[in-house]
Write a protein that binds this ligand. Sequence first.
Ligand SMILES: Cc1cc2nc3c(=O)[nH]c(=O)nc-3n(C[C@H](O)[C@H](O)[C@H](O)COP(=O)(O)O)c2cc1C
Length: 226
Amino acid sequence: MIRLSIIYHSQSGNVHRLAAAAAATAEGLGAQTRLRKVPKLADPRLLDVQAYADLNEATADIPDATHDDLVWADAIMIGTPVVFGLPAPELIHFINHSGMVSIPGKLMNKAVSVFTSGAGLHAGQETTILAVHNAVCHWGSLIIPNGSSVDILTTEQNGGLPYGTCNSSWHKPNNVSDDNLAAINYQTTRMIEVATAYQIGLEQTTSSIQFTDIEKLGKKYNFELA
Ligand SMILES: Cc1cc2nc3c(=O)[nH]c(=O)nc-3n(C[C@H](O)[C@H](O)[C@H](O)COP(=O)(O)O)c2cc1C
């Protein structure tokens, strides 16, 4: 059984809706799923304060993401709003602290796929996903993009892109179209399929790679071990 962690940040509900849809798809496919939100930073970006408060209340029972959720998973889906063409600072903050698990190779054999919501069409969605991909390279995980070989990725409602599902919320809370839900459904299904194939391959493979000893590295560069 594939273990999937869905790590996301959302302010006004759009990325949350995509993440929740991904969780429902994954569970329907028999994956063990963790839906985890990356908490807000002290300086919230203000667009629709009521929507932020509503989402806080509606998602109060979703646990905060920890780096153990990355280590635990076979597959990881990451969702973020577009913020000036970049991932939300909350997500970057979460990634900034992932070295303790990524440096000793604990994220190497994971499949990772990214989805996003921006206000408009092509207003930074692709750059946001690619920016998260940079971090995935540092983790040594496998980037799983959407490709462009299924119809749902090319609908007028912008159901998805080769990079990953790209919602356009037009600055409205919870504004996810059926096409975008279909795109995240496809993206999740593909993730589970790839992760399953990879897991079978890993079970048949013996690795000779010796990962970095984080204790030794910590002593060398004098960094604190969490
Ligand atoms: C500070 C700030 C910067 C933003 N920058 C962009 C941007 O560059 N491109 C874009 O399409 N949307 C941008 N948006 C809009 C959000 O990405 C968009 O509303 C998104 O759907 C919010 O997702 P959420 O509902 O999950 O919070 C920005 C919003 C804020 C608050």
